[in-house]
Design a protein. Sequence first.
Length: 133
Amino acid sequence: FPGISAPLPRLRQMVHSLLNYSILRTRRGSVALTAYHFRVRGGVAGTPFPLPSDVQLNSGPWLAVSISDPGEALNEAARAALLAPEPNLPGPRTTGDLSPAQVCRMVEALGGKLWVESGTPAGLTLTLALPGK
């Protein structure tokens, strides 16, 4: 990913951990990974990236990676707990993977954001966005 401020091994580790989390949540169906390169101007992301209204990013170039699964939907409290410093939800993990909360801390340390969106009645999307150079 040219122009991204995050070291490539860290980016791989974060994406791999979120991808494994989604795969482990999925009992039936498929997991989708979508990458976006976009520019934010005045708090608004250019197309084609659908930036949620409650997510604020600084102006400039960004890379976002969204991982979506058809697993069980999470309510607002459960989504917040998933990214809390001490997650209250027992989540699926494999040895060596980071939890979504740990990925969130790493993304924030790199100047980015991680957010969770949940569908109705099912589905979950984890999106990490990192600033470009």
